[in-house]
Unconditional design. Structure first.
Length: 400
């Protein structure tokens, strides 16, 4: 992303222009714009995913604007860079809440960032949408002002362990970055591995921002693992992969897709990444909502983060329209009534707004999967997408 684009993080910007059919029975947008907040990592460890999520949010808003806006008002945004840093994120969130007076903040990515920002939101009755997976987040006393479209670590850890065991790995070493998700994931992986005939031979939590993890690698290799799970972010996982190679480990590795992106694979020697499995929560690729999101974004295969961002903006738009109020409390009190229940199934925000404008009820089915939330804001289930590095490129393996 260019320097000019980063300057967007300190001022209001009009959502981009995505083509959509205008619905004549939705009131034409006029008057004071409706300003919403985006707080996402444009820099730092999440700098690969944040800009793409931002663009997806903007694309949905542009489509809604073309169809008449919300409550007769055009959607605009104030965009802030959380820098994948809790301190910077809290400062930005305070600005969005206290100065810009936004009713919703969309886009936090890192668990540590969301954990820091969430109290700012619930104390100000600002709604928050996130991809962060740490179990502790939805256990915070957020009073319903938070939903996440990313599966929590309890669910992710179980699915990861089941996949690892399915490869035939019997002894697994786990290296986790110091973060809120580290210990819960390790405990869940250990339990599920044991139920599937495998075992965790070593679990180690390491500090971020080190130039070498050789001592940590040597320690985990003492357990003679036949699979190593790297549970961190791109900067540290890249170092760990190099150190595993230098230590002579030639077994398979497993990590999250955000930790080993296609860009990261290209930047590392082929021999360092060869045979590494990656996983991410999968978008619902068979859903009409996924096809709509792909067309809207102009992307053949939008990933989980892009589709989650599409779903956030869609849910926020539908909630505001149904509540006839653009407040965090109105979104909190309405979001489940537009995302689960007996209403007409819809697969885009504009389709849902059309029905709501006629007095109907809707059940939004998301591009990232069913947007059915528990009482504390977790999604109830989703699919997972697995890839493996072959000859220096990520290759699709399967969706489960």
């Amino acid at each position: 992303m260019s320097t000019a684009q980063f300057r967007l993080t300190r001022r209001s910007v009009l959502a981009g222009s995505a083509a959509a059919l205008a619905a004549p029975y939705i009131a034409r947008a006029q008057g004071v714009p409706l300003t919403l907040g985006i707080l996402t990592p444009l820099t730092g460890a999440g700098g690969y995913d944040g800009p793409r999520m931002m663009k997806a949010i903007q694309a949905v808003a542009a489509q809604v604007n073309d169809a008449g806006g919300l409550l007769g008002r055009k959607i605009t945004f104030v965009i802030e860079d959380d820098q994948t840093n809790p301190e910077a994120a809290v400062r930005a969130a305070r600005k969005l809440v206290d100065v810009d007076k936004v009713p919703v903040i969309m886009g936090t990515w890192a668990s540590a960032v969301t954990s820091a920002v969430a109290p700012v939101c619930w104390e100000s009755k600002t709604f928050l949408t996130t991809t962060s997976g740490a179990d502790t987040i939805t256990k915070l006393p957020h009073q319903g002002y938070l939903i996440r479209t990313q599966p929590n670590n309890y669910l992710q850890g179980a699915k990861h362990a089941e996949f690892i065991a399915s490869t035939g790995a019997k002894k697994v070493g786990l290296l986790s970055i110091q973060a809120p998700f580290a210990q819960p994931t390790q405990e869940r992986v250990k339990d599920v591995l044991a139920k599937n005939g495998s075992s965790l031979t070593g679990g180690l939590i390491y500090e971020p921002n080190k130039t070498s993890y050789r001592s940590e690698v040597d320690q985990i290799l003492r357990g003679s693992p036949d699979m190593v799970y790297l549970n961190g972010y791109t900067p540290d996982v890249s170092v760990l992969l190099r150190d595993l190679y230098r230590a002579g480990y030639d077994g398979p590795r497993f990590t999250q897709s955000y930790a080993l992106t296609s860009k990261a694979v290209e930047s590392l020697p082929k021999e360092v990444t060869e045979g590494t499995y990656t996983v991410q929560p999968s978008a619902d690729i068979d859903s009409p909502a996924y096809a709509n999101a792909a067309k809207l974004l102009g992307i053949k295969d939008p990933d989980s983060y892009e589709t989650q961002a599409v779903d956030w903006m869609s849910l926020v738009a539908l909630s505001i329209a149904k509540a006839k109020a653009a407040t965090g409390t109105a979104i909190r009190d309405t979001v489940r009534s537009v995302s689960q229940g007996a209403g007409t199934k819809v697969y885009s925000a504009v389709d849902g707004l059309t029905i709501l404008a006629k007095g109907g009820e809707v059940n939004y089915e998301g591009a990232s999967g069913p947007c059915d939330f528990t009482d504390i804001g977790d999604i109830q289930d989703c699919k997972f997408r697995y890839l493996v590095v072959k000859n220096g490129a990520l290759t699709f393996l399967k969706v489960v």
